[in-house]
Ligand binder design. Structure first.
Ligand SMILES: Cc1ncc(COP(=O)(O)O)c(C=O)c1O
Length: 283
């Protein structure tokens, strides 16, 4: 696998970062995951806008020239890794760079950020997309800037491990009695034909796929309500689903053992799946 690290293309096993990199030492950085379909990056600009917002939010200096170079780098990685056909993902990470002494406050502003990008084949989980998943709830123990896509992912790692341990298919995180999002996806529910999701807030990441869902809902005339859903209310939803770049639109057919709707993927989830697939294949 060919990867990109700080201006160079190299094989993955030869690429290494410094032990004093602030991404390694402090989790001081941001990342993006971009879907690649038949060599095309889906909603690339939206990902780069979110990346910019994250860099700005963390105060990591990144010039327009550095940003403009990313497009070409990603195109090259797609070619070098034979992703012109089929499904793939790009992983992009930018940290505040390597600096000593190890002090929490920012290093000098001329410290070069560490930029790492890799492109890999991706296999969507077609079974769970078709049948839906049995989700669990876990407390949302994250910080109050979940709108920044930082590499500080320990609460997400713990949530994913809980999902694995309990052989579940999806996690809903609960903060103050409300469903915020999943550890790698946003959560939507359908009540009497209206789609509902957590509003833009520092407690969730505004997903690129979530925006696509808004678009499809508008096009299809599905009413949308931006309001937090209570943990006990979501059990009464007609449909629940998770949305994300590597999740696509995954129906949830039970939550903590309580059946959702008819216990199978519903018509709104199917419509949204179709709309997302169409966009990924045609844009
Ligand atoms: C916590 C969290 N919420 C939501 C999402 C979905 O965002 P997107 O649709 O941009 O992939 C992700 C994606 O990784 C995520 O990590």
């Amino acid at each position: 696998m060919q990867v990109y690290l700080n201006g160079q293309f190299t094989s993955r096993d030869k690429a290494s970062v410094s032990i004093i990199d602030r991404g390694f030492v402090f989790g001081d950085g941001i990342y993006e995951v971009i879907r690649v379909v038949d060599g095309r990056m889906f909603r690339l600009e939206a990902h780069l806008v979110r990346m910019d917002r994250g860099l700005k939010g963390l105060g990591i200096p990144f010039t327009a020239q550095q940003r403009n170079e990313l497009d070409g780098v990603m195109e090259t990685l797609i070619e070098e890794n034979n992703l012109q056909k089929g499904e793939g993902t790009i992983y992009l990470q930018i940290t505040r760079g390597a600096a000593l002494p190890r002090t929490h406050a920012f290093p000098p502003s001329d410290t070069p950020p560490t930029v790492m990008i890799m492109a890999s084949p991706f296999v969507p989980d077609t079974e769970i997309l078709e049948k839906g998943g049995h989700a669990i709830t876990v407390p949302d123990i994250r910080w109050s800037r979940c709108d920044l896509k930082t590499v500080n992912l320990l609460p997400n790692v713990m949530a994913a491990q809980e999902e694995k341990k309990r052989n579940a298919g999806g996690v809903l995180m609960i903060r103050d009695g409300f469903v915020t999002e999943g550890y790698k996806n946003n959560v939507f529910a359908v009540f009497d034909g209206t789609l509902q999701t957590y509003p833009d807030s520092p407690y969730i990441l505004s997903g690129i796929t979530r925006d696509v869902v808004f678009e499809i809902a508008k096009e299809e005339g599905i009413p949308l309500k931006m309001a937090p859903i209570e943990e006990k209310e979501i059990l009464k939803a007609d449909e629940v689903m998770l949305t994300g770049t590597i999740t696509d639109i995954q129906p949830v057919v039970s939550v903590d053992g309580h059946r959702i709707g008819m216990g199978r993927p519903g018509p709104v989830a199917r419509l949204l799946q179709k709309g997302l697939r169409h966009r990924m294949d045609s844009e």
